[in-house]
Design a protein around this ligand. Structure first.
Ligand SMILES: Cc1cc2nc3c(=O)[nH]c(=O)nc-3n(C[C@H](O)[C@H](O)[C@H](O)COP(=O)(O)OP(=O)(O)OC[C@H]3O[C@@H](n4cnc5c(N)ncnc54)[C@H](O)[C@@H]3O)c2cc1C
Length: 383
């Protein structure tokens, strides 16, 4: 008789890989399949920050910021070799946000997550500190810290550790169909193999509803909005090891972050799209990013300075707000299909993947065999 796995996970992005690692480490039998490379989609197209999300405070998302700041501390501890804290500078401009509002936001940001090894925020004299980088009219700045991480590596290390704990990890193997036969999930893969499982998790990121409709043949309860975010990469724009958080007149923010020693990473944008496929930056997005940077930096950039670009898709739960106001928190949608569980995972952030994985195992506890080991991923380093 062929093996019946405890868990089958569709999607090897950070969420799928994180769940696989946590579950396999507790002794559960896990199989994960991705239609491409592990970490090859949204989880390698992010801004590569493990952050609380200072900006979300404006939308009163205190719970999300608090959880993210706590996770920032843990992820930095377990993945120190692929992450580092960097200072972010917000040049002050009265036209967009008042100084007191930013200071109040940073006070919350410094304290919401509890004890931290990450330096606290402070006010800077920009003309003294960065006379060669910023235009002279930006006199005051606010400095805070966040963590930069190799997002793809973080995902791959999670999958690698899951494998070490006997999880079966399949790459370049699309899930074509998932159905219930004889009280078991039967998952048909692209390579024609069939895998059996007691529990099915749909962690297919921006493809979540496509997987649900086309492969599992279930109607989704949650409507999603696909919002593209693009980045441009230029040769290093300045030598200092600091990042900038530029405020735009549309109230959005743009980051300029030192990237792989020789480059600067600039992003991101928010553009609604119809499909998660073929994500490339548009001319308008490129212009928007260049314009934002040129509002602040002395050295002006143009299209010629761009050495690379990438774009990713955020699957945001539709709540009919502006894209920048829609929550970045995750939402679980647990369905019982002919008595068997199917968990759909909507949204989320790189930063919160570990906590999300723990919560998945709490929510599915009733459907899984009892394990001796409880939560463990907050202590064990990734390698
Ligand atoms: C522009 C942008 C910037 C961001 N910046 C940050 C940031 O700085 N910090 C942060 O914390 N978060 C950030 N995020 C959010 C973060 O990147 C995502 O929340 C996270 O990567 C989502 O991971 P995932 O596993 O859900 O999706 P994905 O990484 O997309 O993984 C889903 C996987 O499912 C696979 N798949 C789909 N359909 C099938 C199928 N039928 N069969 C098999 N496999 C399938 C895909 O190949 C894919 O690998 C950003 C997001 C975007 C778009």
């Amino acid at each position: 008789m062929s093996k019946v796995f405890d868990l089958f996970i569709i999607g090897g992005g950070i969420n799928g890989a994180g769940i696989a690692r946590d579950a396999a480490g507790r002794g559960l039998s896990v199989c994960l399949a991705d239609k491409g490379e592990i970490g090859g989609a949204t989880s390698s197209w992010s801004t590569k920050l493990i952050h609380g999300g200072l900006r979300y405070l404006e939308n009163y998302e205190f719970k999300l910021v608090r959880e993210s700041l706590k996770e920032r501390e843990i992820v930095y501890k377990i993945a120190r070799h692929i992450s580092k804290p960097i200072p972010f500078i917000i040049p002050h401009t009265d036209k967009i946000r008042s100084a007191w509002l930013i200071k109040f936001g940073l006070l919350l940001y410094d304290n919401l997550g509890g004890k931290t090894r990450i330096p606290k925020s402070k006010t800077l004299d920009l003309n003294k500190k960065f006379p060669n980088i910023l235009k002279e009219k930006y006199k005051t700045g606010f400095q805070y810290y966040d963590i930069q991480i190799d997002d793809k590596k973080l995902t791959k290390l999670n999958a690698k550790d899951a494998k070490r704990n006997n999880a079966k990890i399949l790459e370049y193997n699309k899930v074509k169909k998932a159905e219930i036969i004889n009280n078991e999930w039967v998952i048909s893969l692209q390579n024609k193999k069939k895998i059996k499982s007691k529990v099915l998790i749909n962690a297919s990121g921006p493809w979540i509803n496509e997987t649900l409709h086309k492969s599992i043949k279930i109607k989704s309860k949650n409507k999603i909005r696909l919002v593209k975010g693009s980045h441009i990469i230029t040769k290093k724009l300045y030598k200092e090891d600091v990042a900038f958080t530029f405020q735009n007149t549309d109230k959005r923010i743009i980051f300029v972050i030192p990237y792989k020693k020789k480059f600067s990473l600039i992003g991101t944008t928010e553009v609604e799209v119809k499909s998660p496929e073929n994500t490339v930056i548009s001319k308008q997005e490129t212009q928007y990013l260049i314009r934002s940077v040129n509002n602040y930096l002395k050295k002006q950039i143009s299209k010629k300075d761009i050495v690379d670009t990438y774009s990713g898709i955020r699957p945001l739960i539709e709540d009919f707000k502006e894209a920048s106001k829609v929550t970045r928190d995750y939402v679980f949608d647990l369905n019982i299909v002919k008595k068997l569980p199917l968990l759909n995972i909507y949204g989320g952030k790189l930063t919160t993947y570990r906590k999300l994985s723990e919560k998945v195992l709490i929510d599915l506890k009733a459907f899984l065999p009892k394990t001796k080991k409880g939560p463990w991923t907050d202590k064990k380093k990734l390698f």
